[in-house]
Design a protein around this ligand. Structure first.
Ligand code: IVH
Length: 579
């Protein structure tokens, strides 16, 4: 077959296979048998093998992955990917509706109501129908370019069907997530193979998308549902409804069920109905998203720097479960704070198994009168972090004693043995020893976290062992790590050593090297300075050129003074970082 003919045939086969994919996934109505589908697929594979120069990265045969990247490129969002403002009660939903009415000068506001999917946000860019690239939300203005990984997701069309109405550019936004059943199956398989299991589908999704080897990603049961529009060049679109019609025509999976309403009452009714039906969707949802239907009205309402004014996320109150509090352990955080942690009989809450929950501090324990042996009520705040709501007084066993944190640790830091203190005006007990290994390890964990320098492979155990074995004494020492010695790091004990290995060590060294290019604000955030969150880090990065500038910064000292109300604040707090 000559090249021109082969190209035409490859194109025809690809389109036919994509169209069968759509029928299978979108309509659940396959028109051909699996064997016929396989035959088409094999013909395409053979042709591509004979004419490798003609194979497109968007060919359906590429879904198995195969590209291994060194690191993800960063890509700026042309339209920022904002967050959504939460509403936590029916009254707050009423306030939201009231604001819409007042701003638009109308009594009735057509809105849509749909599930809020608990996944990882992504933007898919299609140029002339071809998947051009895919980017994670990242910090809202820049994300990871994860095109290779996204191509492995069967439900993401690689090519949109030709025809009238095909936009020359469309950025479809949505969630990548895992359905409960394939998630559980994957975890069971992993357990059988002795691999670490994932805590919940969201973590598993985020973990899969961060893999640099797309062949590995293709084995994870990722799914995709669209819920929004970014950059768009195509036939005019006037509303959420019209956008949904376009998604349907293009075979892009959209977020269902969806309700339409015009008044607060009918909106509330939809929100209540969704709460009843959402548990049978087979994937995690944590709320209802309410959106103004008309795009013109959306523009009139505009957005704050954080979130659009035309949308709200109604958060459903979390599920609560009873379980037994077996013990209270004491953990030490990156600023030396001692935190009591409830050790629980494992219990399934909002889709994940909970066996630990923070009790925050002694005051909180006293206020709730939590005692070892109590039956406690657990919920997941924001459906993520488990917390003890209250004890069940009627189920308290005889002889349960009040818990005292200081007595429990004998007045000493459980990590380094230094005396613990309760600084004046603070609720928490602290270890003030700046060389305390637990603190150093926790500082390292903050430094490598996703929103900081996003360094792979330094989990709790690795961080602890790096510090314990004196390979590093603080986060900045990560930049001095050498591949060979790092590979020899013993994660086990002296009696039964377990080495980190060169593959894991390589990953760490590579992502550490990449981190050097990250902007100053990510470094500052990574230092985990008390009172310095993401936005303060951005401000500080604007006002300082380098980390050493920050170490001597009067602005930082001033900012922390303001936030803590403590006149004594100075930059001694930066000492453990050895900038
Ligand atoms: S619409 C900027 N619809 O929730 C507002 N977002 O908390 C437009 N999310 O980043 C977003 N389900 O990734 C929208 N049905 C849904 C959603 C949804 C989940 C995510 C989205 C967003 C985050 C904000």
């Amino acid at each position: 077959m000559d090249a021109a003919k082969a190209a035409a045939e490859i194109n025809r086969l690809s389109r036919e296979i994509e169209s069968h994919n759509r029928l299978y996934y979108d309509e659940a109505e396959p028109e051909i048998s699996d064997a016929e589908y396989d035959a088409l697929y094999r013909s395409l594979e053979e042709l591509e093998a004979a004419h490798p120069e003609l194979a497109s990265p968007n060919s359906p045969t590429r879904r198995v992955g195969g590209t291994v990247l060194d690191a993800f490129e960063q890509r700026a969002h042309e339209v920022p990917m904002l967050s959504i403002d939460d509403v936590f009660s029916e009254a707050e939903l009423g306030d939201f509706f009231g604001r819409l009415s007042r701003s638009l000068g109308e009594e009735k506001i057509p809105v849509t109501i749909e599930p809020k999917i608990d996944g990882v946000a992504v933007a898919l860019h299609y140029r002339d129908g071809d998947l051009e690239y895919a980017v994670t939300r990242g910090d809202g203005s820049t994300g990871d370019l994860i095109t290779e990984n996204v191509r492995t997701i069967d439900r993401v069309p690689l090519r949109l069907p030709d025809g009238q109405g095909l936009p020359s550019w469309i950025e479809v936004r949505g969630e990548i997530f895992m359905r409960d059943e394939p998630f559980s199956r994957m975890n069971a398989d992993r357990e059988a193979q002795g691999l670490a299991v994932f805590k919940n589908p969201r973590n598993a999704t985020a973990g899969a998308l961060k893999l640099l080897d797309s062949a590995e990603v293709s084995k994870r049961p990722l799914d995709f549902i669209a819920h929004g529009l970014g950059r768009y060049e195509g036939p005019p679109l006037e509303s959420v409804k019209e956008f949904r019609d376009l998604l349907k025509a293009l075979g892009i999976p959209q977020n269902l069920p969806v309700w339409e309403a015009e008044t607060y009452d009918s909106c509330l009714e939809a929100v209540r109905e969704l709460d009843k039906s959402r548990h049978s969707l087979g994937y995690a949802t944590d709320g209802a998203v309410i959106k103004v239907n008309s795009f013109a009205d959306q523009s009139r309402l505009g957005a704050t720097s954080r979130a659009p004014r035309w949308a709200a996320a109604f958060k459903y109150p979390p599920e609560q479960k009873e379980t037994l509090l077996r013990n209270i352990s004491v953990q030490i955080g990156r600023t030396g704070v001692l935190t009591p942690v409830a050790e629980l009989d494992p219990v399934l809450v909002s889709g994940t198994t909970v066996s630990r929950a923070t009790l925050h501090n002694q005051d909180e324990i006293d206020r709730k009168d939590v005692r070892i042996g109590d039956t406690v009520l657990i919920e997941k705040a924001g459906e993520i972090i488990p917390r003890v709501v209250s004890i069940v007084a009627s189920k308290r066993p005889a002889g349960a004693e009040p818990f005292n944190l200081v007595e429990a640790v004998g007045g000493k830091c459980p990590s380094c043995g230094a005396e613990i203190v309760r600084p004046e005006g603070f609720v928490a007990w602290k270890c003030l020893d700046l060389s305390c290994p637990a603190q150093a390890a926790n500082l390292v964990r903050q430094f490598v976290s996703r929103k900081a320098l996003d360094i792979d492979g330094v989990g709790t155990i690795v961080a602890e062992k790096l510090v314990e074995r004196e390979v590093i004494s603080g986060p900045l020492d990560l930049f001095e790590l050498e591949l060979d010695s790092l590979a020899q790091l013993n994660l086990g004990t002296d009696e039964s050593p377990r080495l980190l290995g060169s593959k894991n060590a390589g990953k760490i060294v590579e992502t550490v090297a990449r981190a050097r290019q990250f902007p100053l604000n990510r470094w500052i955030f990574g230092l985990g300075i008390p009172q310095v969150g993401e936005s303060a880090a951005k401000e500080l990065a604007r006002l300082h050129k380098t980390l050493p500038d920050l170490a001597n910064s009067a602005i930082l000292a001033e900012l922390r003074k303001l936030k803590t109300g403590d006149r004594k604040e100075d930059n001694a707090i930066l000492a453990p970082y050895k900038i």
